[in-house]
Design a protein around this ligand. Structure first.
Ligand SMILES: Nc1nc2c(c(=O)[nH]1)N[C@H]1C(S)=C(S)[C@@H](COP(=O)(O)OP(=O)(O)OC[C@H]3O[C@@H](n4cnc5c(=O)[nH]c(N)nc54)[C@H](O)[C@@H]3O)O[C@H]1N2
Ligand SMILES: Nc1nc2c(c(=O)[nH]1)N[C@H]1C(S)=C(S)[C@@H](COP(=O)(O)OP(=O)(O)OC[C@H]3O[C@@H](n4cnc5c(=O)[nH]c(N)nc54)[C@H](O)[C@@H]3O)O[C@H]1N2
Ligand code: SF4
Ligand SMILES: [Mo]
Length: 884
């Protein structure tokens, strides 16, 4: 244990405990066996954390207009420009756009500075794209944004319903906990998702509903529960209001089951099975995530689900409850401090008594009195010139916002843009002032996970360059703007205590968020703080289930909210006939700023791939491997096509991850619709009508290089880190001769003459390579007509080997033929053990038939387990090919 620091994973909202240690200049991580979120487990991303910590590409110094500047100059400028904008145009002319990846202390200071002292509520967060509909739904039903359940409930449930949640890939350790519990108690798992996701692969029942038809499905369930007599009249009478109206609208929406089956486009028998299981299982947990939230009717979807739990009294009890899982490591912490534009602070809003209370607590006479602009409107205000100064922290809106092209335009037009980040991104390109923040492993503070558990993230490496933690940067700007008295912070502990005190301030139990017992934590206790679930009231046991009988509305009753099924913000039509869905891949985190640097994480999905339903692929004459253009009314993207039986007819899926640093134009953001839910302001990121056409390709290429470059002038490129450097896929619409010139221009001028340079005019292929001064392969470039690139395994092995080439390798480079055929492992399926697709399918061909036996034969799936559903699918697929 010596030298190991207890910290928490900076990726998903599961909030796994990590033990990290620096040894021999390398960071080693393992799961913390004592952490109650993961008990020692980590997923593929968490286990690769040590590989993301190299400093190349890190921002190490402040910059003004791209030139290095001192902290003093940079912060003076930020303070001066924000002050000037407020003076000339009023407080609403400035804004912050922050992130669920900030620590609670950072978040608290940002919120207090803008709402309390600058005097505008124009602070919004990437949680607007993520959790806003759940927040709005919780507030409507419960009176407060409360997640009532704990992870244990998932293990104690007999039925787990995953709605719009790909838990297997997005909350992998929680999913592994669920699967382990299922082994013991036979839990049934139902997945409700238009797409056959990895989670659906593992489920007992998958309802591939029509996108956006969740309200109808749950209205039908509510009507069914009422008709079958499992609603709980005593509970409804004592603890809720609105039952009759909610039921009446549900019955009008879903008069009979066949109407629901038709509307949701699922088999009536499957629907009946789901309804019967739900009806018969008191211990039911419904997990929901972005398939619910990221919709123009996300809030109604949330309430449709909550209604079914409330009317059966299945809330706040062992093994029962609705469970909105958070995405980011500190999405929950951000909601606690009030990082959303329509929250004030500490679960308080803008009602007069709350304004009064917070302004007295902060001693802030200038407190913002009304909600501020939500993300989409905030950027629109910047585009329209109303927002004069914008500070972006810990998020990459140029990639992750819907209609991202318009957001880039907004960033270009805004007078003054400050970006705090740890690395260069598509957003930092627009920064007037760029501030280098402390990254994971360097920063220190608290985060709250999906089950309301507060954990410490601890530093275990020194701050590199001139990096500083976000809270310190913000406090310095606050002081420079004249608010020194309110921002005296010298440590994170001081900030945390103040935040905890605010949650308990004049709180006689009406706000469930209460961290009162932590408000006088000594510095040493803060340093040593063990994970703790809130509430942490003075004189009470911390944590536990919430909302069994008392809700946070003033009358203590839950609201049953009548909701009606509505269509998508923009339906498909003749011009844009395909419904495009978007979301996550197993081994990538968001815009790839960290996970995109790790070869073994990138190898699961090395290229941007669009999954398109077989029916449309056939109709359009498209095949797996084609490069396709995806166009919506908002923008376009280019990706490799995969014909998919996991998509419903008429539907396609594009990962959200690719940014301009990893591909020419493969981002889902540019294509996505900025239309939002009227209540929550959350955009409909899961549905946009598109058309899909073949890209006009005349040549393709592969560049292997040790350099980190960003090609320009090409129709298409994408890249992936590989051992020893990068692999760039290139493609163009020009005649191959011009393609060669374009591709060649990517090589460094100095080495262009020192190339092995060979063209086979008849075959239309061309290849080049150069060696570094050390005699090792430095660059290799292949250009060929589409589909004709030679096998690359050998070239990749040369780049990986790194040493001087042998004479036979040199001869082989000249001849273009590998000296010995190299086995191709194929795309990596198991990232932990590095096992490729071909190794697994070979094992199946040799008669291996179970996931366990694949593990024994190849080691695949034996570490974190997140690839096991994919292995199961591969076994099925291989065996059905064999059976044909
Ligand atoms: N590997 C990985 N894990 C992550 C992240 C990551 O980047 N990578 N990010 C984290 C974050 S911030 C978040 S928010 C979570 C997100 O976690 P999830 O919400 O589980 O992930 P998504 O892939 O965005 O979307 C979930 C599913 O919603 C489905 N869906 C689309 N439309 C509908 C619909 O109309 N109805 C229903 N019922 N389902 C629909 C999609 O097909 C998709 O499978 O993941 C967290 N974990
Ligand atoms: N089409 C489509 N778009 C989506 C989604 C989708 O499903 N489909 N999902 C949406 C969701 S749920 C989310 S949460 C968003 C996520 O989208 P983003 O928030 O834009 O994604 P990240 O890549 O995580 O950006 C985080 C940035 O913060 C930086 N960073 C990391 N740590 C720190 C720190 O301590 N301090 C500072 N200052 N910076 C730091 C990282 O380098 C990175 O640039 O994307 C949304 N966009
Ligand atoms: S499950 Fe989430 S928190 Fe746990 S290791 Fe994986 S990414 Fe990190
Ligand atoms: Mo998210």
């Amino acid at each position: 244990m010596s030298g190991e620091v207890h910290t928490a994973c900076p990726y998903c909202g599961v909030g796994c405990g990590v033990l990290a240690r620096l040894e021999g200049g390398k960071v080693h991580v393992r799961g913390d066996p004592e952490h109650p979120s993961n008990f020692g487990r980590l997923c593929s991303k968490g286990s690769a954390l040590g590989e993301t910590m190299a400093l190349d590409g890190r921002l190490l110094f402040p910059e003004i207009k791209g030139q290095r500047a001192s902290w003093d100059t940079a912060l003076d400028l930020v303070a001066q420009r924000f002050t000037q904008a407020v003076r000339d145009h009023g407080p609403d002319s400035v804004g912050f756009y922050v992130s669920g990846q900030l620590l609670t202390e950072d978040y608290y200071v940002a919120n207090k500075l803008l709402k309390g002292f600058i005097g505008t509520a124009n602070i919004d967060t990437n949680s607007r794209l993520c959790m806003a509909s759940s927040v709005a739904g919780h507030k409507r039903a419960f009176g407060e944004d409360i997640v009532p359940v704990s992870y244990e409930d998932l293990e104690q449930a007999d039925l787990v319903v995953l709605v719009g949640s790909n838990l297997a890939w997005c909350h992998p350790v929680l999913h592994q906990r669920l699967l382990a519990a299922r082994e013991k108690r036979g839990t049934k798992v139902v997945v409700i998702d238009p797409r056959r996701s990895a989670s659906a692969e593992d489920a007992d029942l998958h309802l591939a509903i029509r996108p956006g038809s969740d309200v109808l499905l749950f209205n039908g369930l509510l009507a069914h529960l009422a008709a079958s007599g499992v609603t709980n009249p005593a509970y409804i009478a004592a603890h809720t209001t609105g039952f009759d109206a909610a039921l009446a609208l549900a019955q009008a929406d879903a008069p009979d089951r066949s109407r629901v089956a038709k509307g949701c486009d699922v088999h009536p028998a499957d629907l009946a099975r789901f309804y019967a299981w739900f009806e018969q299982t008191p211990r039911t947990v419904t997990v929901y995530s972005q398939g619910v939230n990221q919709s123009a009717h996300g809030t109604d979807k949330v309430n449709a689900i909550l209604n079914c739990h409330i009317v059966t009294g299945r809330i706040g009890r062992e093994g029962a409850g609705p469970f909105s899982v958070t995405g980011q490591p500190n999405a929950m912490g951000g909601r606690e401090v009030g990082g959303l534009a329509n929250q004030l602070a500490a679960h308080m809003g803008f009602a007069a008594p709350e304004l009064d209370r917070v302004s007295r607590f902060w001693n802030a006479p200038n407190l913002a009195r009304t909600p501020g602009l939500k993300a989409v409107n905030l950027f629109e205000a910047a585009r329209a010139g109303r927002l004069k100064a914008l500070w972006i922290m810990g998020t990459n809106p140029a990639v992750s916002m819907p209609d991202a092209g318009r957001v880039r335009e907004a960033l270009g037009r805004c007078d003054f843009v400050v970006v705090s980040d740890v690395t260069r991104t598509d957003t930092t390109r627009h920064a007037d002032v760029l501030l280098p923040a402390a990254a994971w492993g360097e920063k220190d503070g608290t985060v709250t996970n999906s089950e309301r558990r507060i954990s410490r993230q601890r530093a275990f490496v020194p701050l590199p360059g001139e990096c500083r933690p976000d809270w310190a940067i913000l406090s310095d700007v606050a002081r420079r703007m004249g608010f020194a008295a309110a921002f005296p912070y010298r440590s994170r502990a001081e900030i945390f205590r103040e935040h905890a005190a605010l949650t308990a301030f004049e709180n006689d139990g009406e706000r469930l968020l209460d961290l009162g017992a932590l408000s006088d934590l000594a510095d040493a206790d803060y340093e040593a703080m063990a994970p703790v679930q809130w509430p942490v009231r003075r004189g009470a046991q911390p944590g536990g289930r919430l909302l069994a009988t008392r809700f946070a509305h003033p009358d203590g009753l839950a609201r049953l909210v009548p909701v009606r099924q509505e269509g998508p913000a923009r339906p498909v039509d003749g011009d844009y006939p395909i419904a495009l869905n978007s979301g996550r891949l197993r081994d990538q985190w968001h815009t790839m700023t960290r996970t995109g640097l790790v070869p073994r994480l990138m190898s699961h999905a090395p290229e941007p791939v669009l999954d398109l339903a077989r029916r449309e692929a056939q109709g359009f004459g498209l095949e797996t491997g084609d490069l396709v253009q995806v166009e919506s009314a908002f923008g376009q993207a280019l990706a490799r096509l995969r014909v998919s039986d996991a998509q419903r007819p008429g539907e396609a899926f594009l990962p959200m991850h690719w940014s301009g640093l990893f591909a020419a134009r493969a981002g889902a953001g540019a294509v996505s619709n900025p239309a939002t839910d009227a209540l929550s302001g959350q955009p409909e990121l899961k549905h946009v009508p598109v058309r899909i056409t073949q890209a006009p390709l005349r040549w393709v290429g592969l560049l292997l290089t040790r350099r980190d470059i960003r090609p320009t002038g090409l129709l298409h490129w994408s890249r992936a880190p590989v051992a020893g450097g990068w692999a760039y896929e290139l493609a163009g619409a020009e005649p191959p001769k011009e393609g060669v010139l374009l591709a060649r221009a990517l090589l460094p001028p100095a080495t262009r003459d020192a190339l092995i340079d060979y063209a086979d005019k008849r075959a239309g292929t061309w290849r080049a390579a150069s060696l570094g001064p050390d005699g090792a392969l430095a660059e290799a470039l292949l250009v060929a007509p589409p589909g004709r690139l030679p096998d690359r395994a050998w070239l990749l092995s040369l780049l990986a080997a790194g040493g001087p080439l042998t004479p036979s390798d040199r001869r082989a480079l000249l001849s273009g033929r590998a000296p010995v055929p190299m086995p191709d492992r194929g795309r990596i399926v198991c990232a932990c053990m590095g096992v490729g697709l071909n190794e697994i399918t070979n094992a199946v061909r040799n008669g291996v038939t179970t996931v366990e036996a694949i593990g024994a034969a190849t080691k695949a799936g034996t570490n974190c387990g997140s690839c096991r559903s994919e292995i199961r699918e591969l076994i099925h697929a291989q065996r059905s090919i064999a059976a044909e």
